[in-house]
Design a protein around this ligand. Structure first.
Ligand code: CP
Ligand code: NVA
Length: 297
């Protein structure tokens, strides 16, 4: 049987992504019991911490009639050195999809190579595509189509930034990335998506007339030892009132969370009336239901 993986936003066509967002918005209003994943089981291999991604996938599976098994490396043989190839073959012979959160992106690619069921990227060091489904859904709910809009990414050229670059191409918006020297996004991705993405070292310029401002922590998971150094380097890249006032008056603020108030964003912005972060977080559930339905049902 043919199956699809979702390792990055490029694994779906533009039309499929548009349909998925529309479906997520529709599923959010579903009031009656709807169980397209009855008896389906997701295996969740998480090598990094998670609140939103874990809970949204487990809840999505349960509400759609299926179930999920959370597998931390501490509890599986993966943590004792069993190979990814063997883990993928064995798990995929039992469960209906494998949801993976790990560090190196080539680890999830290996999972997908050896799995005979869909593999979903729940975050790697290179991408966080599930978060972008929720971000685009949230934008569409508040402002309509994101096509042709100006989005400013402020801060690190990290996994979230890379998924924004793919989203800019797939959903056809303009992305300006303001980042400190030495923290640029992946050069290959930049080259691939240069029609939609440009870099800047000037956050003020980047946010001017933006429709959406998005940011993320300055030190991602695995970079905890760089936290102090990064706090100094990124200080000029804080999303605060001054920066936000340069964007369009109806601009939205997003953050994938978890957030560090007083670092990448001030409390008055993330807790203010242009911020949609709670809807954005909640939409992880609905957009991932749509994704699971697309891949499994
Ligand atoms: N935004 C996000 O992926 O959050 P978690 O790390 O809590 O899953
Ligand atoms: N860039 C962050 C995203 C967390 C959801 C990290 O990788 O830790």
């Amino acid at each position: 049987m043919a199956y699809r993986h979702f390792l990055s936003l490029m694994d779906l066509s533009k039309d499929e992504l548009q349909q998925l967002i529309a479906r997520a918005i529709e599923l959010k209003t579903q009031k009656t019991i709807y169980e397209p994943l009855k008896n389906k089981v997701a295996g969740m291999v998480f090598e990094k911490s998670s609140t939103r991604t874990r809970v949204s996938f487990e809840t999505a599976m349960a509400q759609c009639g299926g179930s999920a098994i959370f597998l931390s490396p501490r509890d599986t043989q993966l943590g004792r050195g069993e190979s990814i190839e063997d883990m993928a073959r064995v798990l995929s012979s039992m469960v209906d999809c494998i949801i993976v959160r790990t560090d190196a992106h080539d680890k999830i690619e290996k999972f997908a190579e050896y799995s005979v069921k869909p593999v979903i990227n729940a975050l790697t060091d290179l991408h966080h595509p599930c978060q972008l489904l929720a971000d685009v859904q949230t934008y569409v709910e508040h402002r309509g189509s994101i096509q042709g809009k100006k989005v400013a990414w402020i801060g690190d050229g990290n996994n979230m930034c890379h998924s924004y670059m793919e989203a800019a191409h797939q959903f056809d918006f303009e992305l300006v990335i303001a980042h400190p020297v030495g923290y640029e996004p992946d050069a290959n991705l930049l080259n691939k998506f240069k029609d939609h993405v440009r870099l800047s070292h000037n956050p003020e310029q980047a946010v001017t007339d933006a429709d959406l401002i998005s940011t993320d922590v300055w030190a991602s998971m695995g970079q905890e030892q760089e936290q102090t150094e990064r706090a100094k380097i990124f200080a000029a890249y804080q999303v605060n009132n001054k920066l936000m006032s340069l964007a369009k008056s109806d601009a939205l603020f997003m953050h994938c969370l978890p957030a560090h108030r007083g670092e990448e964003v001030t409390a008055d912005i993330i807790d203010g009336n242009q911020s949609v972060v709670w809807n954005q977080a909640g939409n992880r559930l609905h957009s991932q239901k749509a994704l699971l339905e697309f891949l499994l049902a």
